[in-house]
Design a protein around this ligand. Structure first.
Ligand SMILES: Cc1cc2nc3c(=O)[nH]c(=O)nc-3n(C[C@H](O)[C@H](O)[C@H](O)COP(=O)(O)OP(=O)(O)OC[C@H]3O[C@@H](n4cnc5c(N)ncnc54)[C@H](O)[C@@H]3O)c2cc1C
Ligand SMILES: *[C@@H]1O[C@H](CO)[C@@H](O)[C@H](O)[C@H]1NC(C)=O
Ligand SMILES: *[C@@H]1O[C@H](CO)[C@@H](O)[C@H](O)[C@H]1NC(C)=O
Ligand SMILES: *[C@@H]1O[C@H](CO)[C@@H](O)[C@H](O)[C@H]1NC(C)=O
Ligand SMILES: *[C@@H]1O[C@H](CO)[C@@H](O)[C@H](O)[C@H]1NC(C)=O
Ligand SMILES: *[C@@H]1O[C@H](CO)[C@@H](O)[C@H](O)[C@H]1NC(C)=O
Ligand SMILES: *[C@@H]1O[C@H](CO)[C@@H](O)[C@H](O)[C@H]1NC(C)=O
Length: 611
């Protein structure tokens, strides 16, 4: 009883906190001594309340001319658009599938549905700017960020934050908004040890301070000559802004913890326009929330100081265990064949103990025939395809690690599966990364669904559990698609000791070994297809929710319409996160969905209005 009544108490308290200061100000300033009504909606262009051209011009002046009013990037392909250019269009069409193109544009984002397919580089489609921000501040300093935050507050303008625009849940773009573009905030400075500002502790670790728009490749490249590296993402272009605030996993997280666990200090522009330092000694609530509570919610990160580690030597293994054959007794190409999912479930059930012995990495699995990733899709196969690594180890150790697993598979399903086993040694993380960074493409309409899986889920109740349950869940999860099982959590994440005694990442990470994901693609400009994609997303995910009911999902790579996303993304941390959100952003200057504390507003035809 008491646990169910406290969240309600919290909601009431936050409503009181919202209204009491507003009504006192209103009594003082109201012309007829009546409280002026709170604006019901954020301002939109062309309506009363939208800032005048003079106001925008003053903002531009105050930022030294850094205000942009960018056209939709696809407009060059549309006759009739002011920027129409048959000469420029082919490059935009070619760039559309690359992360580099979208990150370099002030408003473009990677997944078309988040700008409402407003202006694809397809001449026969519609083109308008209605899915994109109206103005952008090309920020390079914390002061530029503050000016944008203050302006949005003063004029009741919807505010968004874009770094690269990679976001899978649509937080880095919004219609009728001012966007603060942090992509060009690029400093990197290394330290041999670090003392957080106004703290009486010296952290005996090498560290690096990075500006809010720094990206993985730039960071790894800067640290490589020092033989150092960080817990970072596998995408070359992912920026620290979304990565650190969302949690952040990588090849080294299984050893050292998540990206958010490495943060020693942050410089943040708060929604009230203060440029503050947050660490274990000051602004401690903000420091806790900004490490895992999500991007563009509690403040805008202008720099972060994170731990660095000696770059490990990497033993890489490509291991595919699959079948292309149809045996006489069992038609293995039949999707309902139990053998392939049983083998996949068996391999995943070994991940916790393999992870405890230092293994980490990535895998794809498909119980039904799918293009074989190890030959570039030239043939089809059913099975599991792994790209896994050991740090500071040997090929012999890697071979030994897998020998019992492979012989178990041989003995259990004689003659059914074949294995490809190719190992290689890289002298550094950086050398390994050149071959194995995320080489996916973009520019489509796509959702990701995911679930964090702990040892219990991976072995259907632990040793002695019924692996058939896991096999069936994995089969239903991936049905007709390719699932992933990223071995990026484990001991390092479970035993991480974030500064200040903790951070806001989903508690499910602290038990998880595997982050399992699946892509759901759909055609643009088709509301029915989008609705169907959401339905499919839920259908694929439901078996994993049932397999791991007490777990959660990694918010940066998750179903944007996850039911009860508040607790699926943040677990028991959610209530504290909302309290911090209300304290640091009483007027909801930052708003996104699905994001902490966004419940007081919703989007109606592209306009943000109070619930
Ligand atoms: C190719 C690819 C590979 C990936 N690999 C990994 C991986 O290995 N590990 C992993 O954990 N994730 C990975 N991701 C997911 C990635 O962490 C998220 O997409 C993340 O949100 C990207 O952050 P961003 O700043 O680059 O993107 P953006 O879309 O620009 O921003 C994401 C969110 O953070 C906010 N934000 C950005 N900068 C700031 C800032 N300075 N202050 C406050 N808020 C900010 C935005 O408003 C938005 O809410 C990958 C994504 C892609 C596309
Ligand atoms: C801002 O000012 C610069 C020059 O000072 C100008 O080039 C630019 O067009 C202005 N931006 C807007 C949106 O008017
Ligand atoms: C944004 O600012 C950076 C750094 O000053 C500059 O290099 C870049 O050209 C600017 N981009 C746009 C679109 O103005
Ligand atoms: C980095 O490692 C290489 C190879 O071991 C070594 O030659 C070099 O001196 C190291 N550099 C630093 C800065 O420690
Ligand atoms: C195996 O199943 C697939 C898919 O159901 C079917 O197309 C194929 O004809 C079957 N093969 C045999 C040998 O029965
Ligand atoms: C699996 O069995 C085959 C023979 O069927 C044998 O050649 C191979 O070495 C075995 N592999 C393992 C890892 O036991
Ligand atoms: C998105 O596009 C559809 C048409 O496909 C339109 O009806 C809808 O109003 C648009 N949404 C926004 C927020 O502009």
């Amino acid at each position: 009883m008491s646990s169910s009544s406290s969240p309600l108490g919290l909601v009431l308290l936050s409503i009181l906190l919202l209204f009491s200061p507003v009504s006192t100000t209103a009594v003082r300033t109201g012309k007829y001594n009546k409280p002026p009504p709170l604006p019901l909606c954020k301002a939109i262009p062309g309506a009363v309340g939208w800032p005048s051209p003079q106001s925008w011009a003053r903002l531009n002046e105050s930022t030294g001319g850094r205000l942009l009013q960018p056209p939709p990037p696809g407009a060059v392909c549309h006759p009739g658009q002011p920027t129409y250019s048959p000469a420029a269009c082919p490059a935009v069409q070619a760039g559309w599938s690359t992360y580099d193109f979208h990150q370099a544009d002030p408003i473009s984002t990677d997944w078309n549905q988040w700008n409402n397919d407003s202006c694809l580089p397809v001449p026969s489609d519609r083109c308008g700017g209605q899915g994109y921000p109206v103005y952008v501040i090309n920020a390079t300093t914390a002061r530029h960020v503050k000016l944008g935050m203050d302006f949005a507050t003063r004029y009741n303008v919807r505010l968004v934050v874009k770094s690269t625009g990679h976001d899978y849940i649509g937080r880095s773009v919004a219609p009728n908004s001012l966007s603060i573009w942090v992509h060009h905030m690029k400093g990197i400075q290394t330290h041999d040890s670090f003392r957080p500002q106004r703290c009486n502790v010296n952290i005996d670790s090498k560290a690096v301070t990075v500006a809010g728009g720094v990206q993985m490749m730039g960071l790894y490249t800067a640290l490589n000559p020092l033989n150092q590296t960080v817990v970072g993402g596998n995408g070359r272009t992912v920026s620290v802004g979304g990565y650190l605030t969302g949690g952040g996993h990588g090849l080294l997280s299984a050893r050292y913890g998540l990206g958010a666990d490495q943060v020693l200090e942050m410089e943040v522009v708060t929604p009230t326009g203060d440029i503050v330092t947050a660490n274990e000694c000051q602004n401690t609530d903000l420091f806790w929330a900004m490490r895992g509570g999500g991007g563009s919610t509690f403040g805008i990160l202008t720099s972060a100081t994170i731990k660095t580690f000696p770059s490990p030597q990497i033993v890489n293994l490509l291991l595919g265990i699959s079948t292309t054959t149809t045996t006489t007794t069992t038609n293995l190409t039949t999707p309902s064949s139990p053998l392939v999912p049983a083998m996949i479930a068996y391999v995943l059930s070994r991940f916790p103990s393999l992870g405890d012995r230092g293994l980490s990495g990535y895998s794809l699995f498909s119980p039904s025939p799918a293009p074989n990733p190890f030959d570039g899709g030239a043939t089809t196969a059913s099975g599991i395809f792994m790209q896994v690594a050991l740090q500071d180890s040997t090929v012999a150790a890697m071979t030994q690690l897998w020998a019992p697993v492979l012989s178990h598979i041989n003995a259990t399903w004689p003659g059914v599966f074949s294995a490809q086993f190719v190992s290689a040694v890289y002298p550094s993380f950086y050398a390994w990364y050149q071959d194995y960074y995320d080489q996916s493409s973009t520019g489509t309409n796509n959702f990701i669904v995911s679930r964090l899986l702990d040892a219990k889920a991976l072995a259907a109740g632990g040793s002695g559990g019924d692996l058939g349950v896991t096999a069936e869940a994995l089969r239903q999860f991936s049905a007709g698609e390719i699932g992933t099982a990223y071995l990026v959590a484990g001991r390092g994440v479970h035993e991480a000791r974030p500064r200040g005694g903790g951070n806001a990442v989903c508690p499910a990470w602290r038990k998880a070994y595997v982050h399992a994901t699946l892509d759901i693609s759909f055609p643009p400009l088709n509301p029915a297809a989008r609705a169907d994609a959401i339905a499919r997303a839920n259908a694929h995910l439901e078996p994993l929710r049932r397999l791991a009911p007490d777990s959660g999902a990694y918010m940066n790579e998750a179903n944007p319409e996850e039911p009860d996303w508040q607790h699926q993304f943040w677990g028991a941390n959610y209530e504290r996160l909302v309290r911090i959100k209300r304290a640091v952003d009483p007027d909801d200057v930052l708003w996104c969905t699905p994001c902490v504390g966004n419940e007081r507003w919703h989007e109606v035809n592209g306009q943000l209005c109070r619930v």
